[in-house]
Ligand binder design. Structure first.
Ligand SMILES: *[C@@H]1O[C@H](CO)[C@@H](O)[C@H](O)[C@H]1NC(C)=O
Ligand SMILES: *[C@@H]1O[C@H](CO)[C@@H](O)[C@H](O)[C@H]1NC(C)=O
Ligand SMILES: *[C@@H]1O[C@H](CO)[C@@H](O)[C@H](O)[C@H]1NC(C)=O
Ligand SMILES: *[C@@H]1O[C@H](CO)[C@@H](O)[C@H](O)[C@H]1NC(C)=O
Length: 401
């Protein structure tokens, strides 16, 4: 099986051009990646780690955010390339093993103008892609693409994974101006670049030279002109109470002239209105004729980036512990698929197995303590068990696989 996979990979490699690949298996990354020293921010550090649970302790190593409540800004340059006339694939893995509450998990792609030591949130980028989580409200995959100097976010909502295991994120942009987003090698969104981002002005606009004709009747109903007010309709709304009578001890001189208190008139019928009938002249709502927008110009190179030169992580994280790994930039979606499958599938299975073992061990330790101690402590132990159970069910809930 192993051999078979390697052969397949080699076959793909023969066709695929790999522009950049980073697997973070040893300390050499420290020589190639550059931390930002942008003024005024003390950036967090990454550290090589396979995390708390893993499948293979060597190949599962990635760079892990190591400090709490920090901005991170780290990048690496490579030989520049253009994606003109070929597919572009951006792929990487993310593991939020800290049960992330608020923090970015995305990667940015830059051209060569990136000043790595000065990289910060406003450094211009070409593409920003990957998960972003903040509270229960924000759990999405960003796909932001810069077009002619302006960042455009995808108009579709793509939900990201929010569990504690490794996930594979893939963006494919093709020269036929289509795109795909995959999570764990499954297509979660796809379409036309032009449709799903506002890169270009709209194709059609309302004809500004046209306006609604004066005699265009767009009232669905009208008052019936033949409906006339009944003769005895008008009655006062209030009348003096006919049952009231002047009190015996009322003295006009002292109390003023007596007036009966006013009551609602039972014969009052309200304001008369003509009844509504269908308008015989109704023509329907006026619709502006649309014309081709003179500002619109199709761009067959919407997908193309002349110079792709660097990748970087520019993030904010509250709880540290996210592990990034397996960054791949290639022109071959099939190679990326196969490569991603081999990395990710085994890894998540191993992670889940080890995490379960760890949790089971933890649970049985707690049970042992609870069973051997005095009753008072036993109660405490049970409480802790409850907490542990909650944590477990929390994890299971988040586990969408
Ligand atoms: C990670 O960073 C911490 C603190 O900087 C350091 O003590 C530790 O040795 C590092 N671990 C690895 C694997 O580099
Ligand atoms: C980073 O996260 C780990 C848990 O993954 C935690 O033990 C550690 O204290 C954190 N480091 C800092 C500096 O907060
Ligand atoms: C990069 O930014 C740093 C810090 O602002 C600055 O000192 C340096 O001159 C910049 N380098 C280039 C090539 O612009
Ligand atoms: C009002 O009544 C006249 C005469 O009966 C009739 O010709 C006309 O169509 C009616 N108008 C409406 C709006 O129904």
């Amino acid at each position: 099986m192993f051999h078979f996979c390697v052969v397949i990979l080699l076959l793909y490699t023969a066709r695929a051009e790999i522009f950049f690949e980073e697997v973070f298996n040893d300390d050499s990354w420290e020589n190639n990646w550059v931390y930002s020293e942008h003024k005024g921010i003390e950036f967090g550090r990454f550290n090589l780690s396979h995390g708390e649970f893993w499948s293979d302790p060597e190949s599962d190593k990635g760079i892990k955010t190591w400090q709490e409540a920090r901005f991170y800004a780290l990048s690496r340059k490579f030989k520049p390339f253009s994606n003109e006339n070929k597919p572009f694939v951006l792929q990487f893995t993310v593991k939020h093993e800290q049960s992330i509450d608020c923090g970015g998990g995305y990667i940015k792609v830059f051209d060569c103008s990136l000043n790595q030591t000065d990289m910060h949130g406003d450094s211009p980028y070409l593409i920003m892609f990957g998960p972003d989580i903040c509270g229960p409200g924000t759990k999405k995959v960003h796909v932001i693409i810069n077009y002619k100097g302006k960042n455009h976010a995808i108009k579709k909502d793509i939900r990201c994974k929010d569990d504690i295991y490794t996930h594979l994120y893939t963006l494919i942009i093709r020269p036929d101006q289509t795109y795909e987003v995959l999570i764990d090698n499954e297509k979660v969104e796809y379409g036309q670049l032009e449709d799903d981002w506002d890169f270009l002005p709209p194709k059609k606009i309302k004809d500004p030279s046209k306006s609604k004709p004066e005699d265009w009747d767009d009232r669905p109903t009208i008052s019936d002109p033949n409906d006339t007010k009944p003769e005895n309709w008008d009655k006062p709304e209030h009348i003096p109470d006919p049952d009231a009578s002047k009190p015996e001890d009322w003295e006009d001189e002292m109390d003023g002239e007596w007036e009966a208190p006013v009551i609602d008139n039972p014969e009052y019928k309200g304001v008369w209105k003509q009844k509504q009938i269908d308008n015989p002249n109704y023509k329907g709502p006026w619709e502006y004729p649309e014309i081709d927008n003179p500002e619109y110009m199709a761009d067959p190179k919407l997908y193309a980036k002349e110079e792709i030169c660097a990748v970087g992580f520019d993030l904010w994280q509250v709880k540290n512990g996210t592990i990034f790994d397996n960054i791949l930039l290639t022109d071959d979606p099939e190679y990326a698929h196969e490569n991603g499958h081999q990395i990710w599938k085994l890894r998540i299975e191993g992670e889940k197995k080890m995490k379960k073992e760890q949790d089971d061990l933890e649970k049985s330790k707690k049970e042992t303590i609870a069973n051997t101690d005095t009753e008072k402590v036993e109660n405490d132990g049970d409480e802790e068990d409850d907490v542990q159970d909650n944590v477990l069910s929390d994890i299971e809930e988040h586990d969408e696989l």
